[in-house]
Design a protein around this ligand. Structure first.
Ligand SMILES: Nc1ncnc2c1ncn2[C@@H]1O[C@H](COP(=O)(O)OP(=O)(O)O)[C@@H](O)[C@H]1O
Length: 915
């Protein structure tokens, strides 16, 4: 038995599974099965079965085993390449089969011998038992016979005599024992019969094994023959290889066993893990309940927040509703007023004499009461005589007024320029959005619209550029007239186009000059800019002169149209075209239109007359200066902010400070406004989502959309985004803009620059920076002009950088504030008049709206940025309030336009008085 067990133990698994006929072998099989199960291997009898939790371990072992065999296969294949026509794999199988078969044969023989020994022993035992049984049966029958005799009586005495009572009892007892023995023997016999059956089964299995043995032997012989046939010389070598393979197999088996051991340990570990998981689950249940409470609290919080938002929304709806009711009442009362007015008007026109008589009587009464002067009474009587509509309107608007107010109302219309609005003409090189390069364009449309709203007749004259945005002009058409204008000794035809831009009437002049002045695919930067705009200025005046308009104000802007002032007074006033007063606004004293003196003659100006220190001579020898000419020849000179007006009286004047000082009585600085219709986040069609100061969610949505669009990181919604939209010229502090990019990266923010440069080396420098950051997900430089994108950047940014070296006014900081982007600016020019430091306690709190720095260096800029980032990161509530405050600041043109209106009227009044 020990030998068999040892053999079975050493045999390969394949064989061990087949050897199982005897009870011993059955036990062995059970043992093998258990071991196999322990190792995660399935016995044949167990296949197929339901997968259990251990399957994954089993599979892992099988995989390892397969890997072992695959690796040995591989090794084999590498070692013993196909040289003889038999595939290495077949050969391998064959060798393994032979090896197994040999082992099987050996073990089978051992098993057979042991089985035969066992059979002999069992047969011997059987014979002994049968003999014993026979003896016992004989003795039993004897005893039975004796008992029978005594029971029949004839042998009673004999029994009683011959057998004592004691013996009888003994016999009885012995009988009982015999019966027991018989019973035991019968059981033994049954067992023997069973053993016989197993022997029979064993024999049968032996026969089967014999048959398979024979078959294997014959295959073995065939294989040997094959091998010898194929390459007899290698036969010995193959055996060696077969032995090696056996070793390899054993190693693999050992590995599998080790793996099974490890698996067993894993199993234990798994049990432990299971237990731990169970306790973890328990722990989680309690944790979950905490988490659940947290979740609930969070939900409650979010519900509360939503409730607040709803509440807020509801309130704003109510507010809106109330506003619309108020508006409705307004409209209603206006309608009522209008109807009353109309009926009165109707009665006035149906009874004109009655109306005019009443007004006459009023005037006479005021004169007698000495409430008005004789002159004023005469002016008013004259108006009555002419049935002046202004007088009628003044009378109609007096309903419900007190006597004093009515008198003032009438007197107002006697003042020059107030009875009807002024007729104002802007002559400029830019206008938004049709022809925009910078802030000048915004001023022309913004101021123009604001003045128009105030009841003035405003018209604009622009060059007809080939590159202008024709689609921004309504009803663009060429007039059926030709306006001729002077240039370099000749008259040239000009085509006149008309159309409306932003509701303003615009004239576009298209010169029919061979130089194609405005057919250059760009607004500025041409070698003959001086001549281009000299031509345009002259043609514009010619258009006005030929149209015989009675103009009150001609407002020209920057050096490009500064020619208008000397031209008007030197060339046209003498022709009787002199009703207008000239207003010149310098938007930037850096550009003065200086040129060789003789160039001035091109537009018909007398160089000799003008090339004088007190007129148009420039500081540099032999040159004239057009801006200086405009300062000298205009009735009103303005610049675009009070601080810049101060600055240009000294260094900032770039050589014109003396002229400005000399003409300081007509020089004023008026802060630009912004066009709040164009720059309005609640209606801006360029934005992804519109928003307002009360609801900043849209701002966040624009920020998210812009980040996505520009491929910037969106992981942290509250990561601050710094914007910068500018012409990249030295004035704008390009070195500080560059520093702001790196500083933003250092402070953990994101930076978006939109800008382009007319200066080649600056453009190249920024292209380099753009390339450097092209794969950075926090910095993006967009080196182009893009109006639509500019709106989006204002809306998306949290902060806005304007680190200018000097800044006449600057619009971007105001637009930024309107869109809720807090400005970080250098305290200069218009920036100083519109941005007030949040931490500056010398400034009233309600005015503080951004972050400023004074010195034009990196340290100062860094300081302002750090302060802004600190508020943004550490005090989000304070920041939000600042954003909302900035959005509510009124940067509209309303107040600036009033200041312009005021200086226009004063100039016109002076002119009328002089006349
Ligand atoms: N690259 C650009 N793309 C779109 N708009 C721009 C660009 N650069 C500047 N702008 C716009 O031009 C105007 C600049 O006005 P301002 O701040 O007065 O500067 P400046 O007139 O000196 O250029 C703003 O309306 C700004 O949005």
């Amino acid at each position: 038995m020990a030998c068999m067990a040892a053999g079975a133990e050493a045999a390969p698994l394949l064989f061990r599974r087949r050897l199982a006929p005897s009870p011993v072998a059955a036990r062995r099989r059970l043992l093998v099965s258990c071991r196999a199960r322990r190792r995660g291997l399935r016995t044949a009898a167990e296949l197929p079965r339901k997968s259990t939790s251990n399957d994954k371990h089993h599979n892992r072992v099988n995989m390892q085993r397969d890997e072992a065999s695959v690796s040995s296969d591989k090794e084999r294949q590498e070692k013993y390449g196909d040289e003889n026509g038999i595939s290495n794999l077949q050969l391998e199988d064959l060798i393994q089969m032979i090896q197994n078969t040999e082992k099987n044969i050996m073990l089978l023989n051992q098993a057979r011998l042991q089985a035969l020994e066992h059979v002999e022993t069992v047969l011997k035992e059987k014979e002994d038992l049968q003999r014993k049984l026979k003896i016992l049966e004989t003795r039993l029958s004897e005893t039975d016979a004796r008992l029978k005799l005594s029971a029949e009586g004839q042998f009673g005495t004999e029994i009683n005599d011959s057998l004592p009572v004691l013996e009888l009892d003994d016999i009885k007892e012995e009988n009982m024992l015999l019966k027991d023995d018989i019973q035991f023997l019968k059981t033994m016999l049954i067992e023997v019969a069973e053993t016989e059956n197993s022997i029979f089964t064993l024999e049968k299995e032996r026969a089967l094994l014999d048959a398979s043995l024979r078959e294997l032997e014959s295959r073995f012989i065939d294989a040997q023959a094959d091998m010898l046939k194929s390459d007899p010389r290698q036969y010995d070598a193959w055996w060696e290889k077969v032995e090696n393979l056996g070793d390899l197999l054993e190693t693999a088996t050992n590995k599998v066993e080790n793996a099974a051991m490890v698996l067993g340990r894993n199993h234990d570990l798994e049990d432990k893990v299971d237990k731990l998981e169970a306790s973890l689950a328990e722990a989680n249940i309690s944790k979950f309940s905490c988490y659940f409470v947290d979740l609930l609290q969070e939900k409650i919080k979010s519900v509360e927040e939503r409730f607040q938002v709803c509440n807020h929304e509801m309130h704003s709806q109510i507010e809106l509703y109330e506003n619309s009711i108020a508006e409705f009442h307004d409209i209603l009362s206006k309608l009522v007023e209008e109807t009353e007015k109309r009926s009165l008007e109707h009665s006035a026109s149906s009874m004109p004499s009655e109306l005019w008589s009443r007004i006459s009587l009023l005037i006479d009464g005021w004169l007698l009461e000495k409430r008005i002067s004789y002159n004023d009474a005469n002016t008013l009587r004259e108006m009555v005589r002419k049935r002046d509509s202004c007088l009628r309107e003044a009378y109609l608007s007096c309903r419900g007024m007190k006597d004093r107010e009515i008198v003032d109302n009438f007197l107002k219309i006697t003042l020059p320029g107030t009875s009807s609005g002024l007729h104002i003409i802007h002559i400029a090189a830019e206008m938004a959005p049709v022809a925009k390069v910078g802030g000048l364009a915004d001023v022309i449309s913004g101021l123009g619209k604001a003045l128009q709203k105030k009841g003035h007749l405003v018209e604009i004259i622009l060059p007809k550029y080939d590159c202008m945005q024709n689609d921004q002009v309504n009803n663009l058409k060429v007039l059926d007239v030709v306006v001729q204008s002077y240039f370099e000794g000749n008259l040239f035809n000009n085509k006149i186009w008309t159309g409306t831009v932003e509701g303003l009437p615009v004239y576009f002049i298209e010169p029919q000059h061979p130089a194609k002045f405005f057919w250059r695919a760009q607004y500025y930067g041409e070698h003959d800019d001086f001549k281009r705009f000299a031509y345009f200025s002259r043609a514009a005046l010619e258009l006005l002169y030929q149209s015989q308009k009675k103009i009150d104000i001609i407002h020209c802007h920057d050096w490009q149209t500064a020619f208008v002032a000397p031209l008007y007074w030197e060339a046209y006033a003498n022709l009787g075209f002199n009703s207008a007063r000239i207003c010149f606004t310098c938007h930037n004293f850096e550009y003065q239109g200086a040129a060789p003196a003789q160039d001035l003659a091109c537009c018909g100006l007398d160089v000799q007359q003008l090339d004088r220190e007190d007129r148009m001579r420039d500081n540099s020898h032999g040159r004239i200066n057009v801006v200086k000419g405009a300062i000298v020849y205009s009735n009103i000179v303005t610049t675009v902010s009070p601080t810049y007006a101060l600055e240009v009286r000294s260094e900032g004047g770039r050589g014109l400070q003396d002229s400005l000082k000399l003409h300081s009585r007509k020089f004023v600085g008026i802060l630009n406004g912004i066009d709040t219709d164009t720059w309005n986040p609640s209606t801006d069609r360029h934005l992804k989502v519109q928003y307002n100061a009360n609801d900043l969610q849209g701002k966040a949505a624009n920020k998210a959309a812009l980040r996505k669009q520009l491929n910037l990181s969106s992981t942290n919604a509250s990561q601050p985004l710094v914007g910068c939209i500018t012409r990249l010229v030295p004035q704008k502090g390009v070195h500080l803009i560059r520093h702001a990019i790196y500083k933003t990266a250092e402070l953990g923010g994101q930076f978006v620059l939109l800008g382009s440069s007319p200066v080649p080396h600056i453009q190249r420098e920024f292209e380099g920076i753009a390339d450097h950051f092209q794969n950075n997900n926090n910095i993006r430089l967009l080196l182009k002009y893009d109006d639509s994108l500019s709106h989006w950047i204002y809306a998306a940014s949290d902060m806005f950088i304007v680190p200018s070296m000097f800044e006449p006014c600057g619009l971007t900081q105001m637009i930024a504030m309107r869109y809720g982007s807090v400005p970080i600016v250098r305290k200069t020019g218009g920036l100083n008049d519109s941005v007030f430091d949040f931490d500056d306690e010398t400034i009233p709190k309600e005015l503080r709206n951004g972050f400023t720095f004074v010195h034009p260096d990196e340290k100062a800029l860094s300081g302002a940025m750090e302060r802004a980032f600190n508020y943004y990161n550490r005090k989000p509530e304070v920041w939000k309030q600042l954003v909302q405050k900035d959005m509510r600041i009124d940067f509209s043109w309303a107040s600036s336009a009033s200041q312009y209106e005021d200086i226009y009227q004063r100039a016109v009044a002076r002119a009328r008085a002089a006349a």
